[in-house]
Design a protein around this ligand. Structure first.
Ligand SMILES: Nc1ncnc2c1ncn2[C@@H]1O[C@H](COP(=O)(O)OP(=O)(O)OP(=O)(O)O)[C@@H](O)[C@H]1O
Ligand SMILES: [Mg+2]
Length: 259
């Protein structure tokens, strides 16, 4: 299963000067630009309130940007949300799955709203097995799933939807070390198929382990962006603390203000 534009150099996900000021005046994102090509994993690191979820929510068209654009395969998410949504799968800490549906029913539901209603039980079963959910769990309701199982179910949806873009908000938070490791291995295999992956995390260790590119966000701005290979041999934690200390010691205008 190879993604269509894998051979091109065109970004699958692109943030162009993305800014978001919420109605109460909080400037959550401030001119953020980056791109994620097919077969790449882009990780956003940053403290609480840095703007990571806001950026993901704009890509998902849950909210509109105040300025700038979020594009999925060239499609601007706030102009053509339905087309953009067909290309994307989302896994968050509180994955939006239906609690009273079984894993199979969730896959069927999300595959059909993703425009992929040609799939059947065998495809769902294969996807669930691939993410490591054993057969006995396939017909269980999601309300009985552990957090790790939910995250895996979220990735199974991405597989069934055949989504070329996968967005994840703190996917390994709260997972035990083994579940976290398995999840990262799965992301690695999805990258190998040419999917573009954009994720947020607080976990510096996992970021270093999986990312192609790491961006540190602080108060809505990217204050550092590096290829993971450039950080090899250097301690990402030190780098993170150093950048954060540098930026937070500066006198900055407050993030809250009029539009
Ligand atoms: N719906 C909203 N209305 C107003 N302000 C908001 C809203 N959502 C987020 N914010 C504010 O925007 C800023 C960025 O929040 P965001 O949730 O994007 O950060 P984050 O990097 O995801 O943080 P965390 O690591 O805690 O999840 C914060 O100051 C937050 O309080
Ligand atoms: Mg968040």
């Amino acid at each position: 299963m190879k993604m269509e534009n894998e051979t091109t150099d065109r970004p699958m996900l692109e943030a162009v000067n993305l800014s978001k000021r919420y109605d109460d005046g909080v400037l959550a994102l401030d001119g953020v630009s980056f791109e994620v090509k097919p077969g790449e994993i882009f990780v956003m690191l940053g403290g609480n309130g840095a703007g990571k979820t806001t950026a993901l929510n704009i890509f998902l068209n849950f909210i509109d940007p105040t300025e700038g654009e979020a594009k999925i395969n060239g499609i601007m998410t706030h102009f053509d949300p339905l087309k953009a949504k067909e290309l994307v799968a989302f896994v968050s800490e509180n994955v939006m799955l239906y609690e009273n549906f079984t894993a199979m029913q969730n896959l069927d539901f999300f595959a059909s709203i993703g425009g992929k209603n040609v799939y059947g039980d065998k495809d769902y079963r294969d996807a669930l097995l691939r993410v490591g959910l054993l057969e006995e769990s396939h017909h269980k309701k999601l309300k009985n799933f552990s957090k790790g199982m939910r995250q895996k179910c979220g990735l199974a949806i991405a597989i069934v939807k055949d989504a070329p873009a996968i967005l994840l908000d703190e996917p390994t938070s709260g997972l035990d070390p083994q579940a976290g490791h398995e999840f990262i291995k799965l992301l690695d295999s999805l990258r190998g198929e040419g999917r573009a992956i954009l994720m947020s995390t607080h976990d510096i260790f996992r970021a270093r382990e999986i990312a192609d590119t790491i961006a540190i966000l602080n108060r809505g701005k990217i204050i550092m962006q590096k290829k993971a290979s450039e950080i090899a041999g250097r301690d990402l934690e030190d780098l993170y603390l150093q950048y954060m200390a540098g930026h937070n010691s500066e006198v900055e205008s407050p993030a809250i203000g009029g539009v």
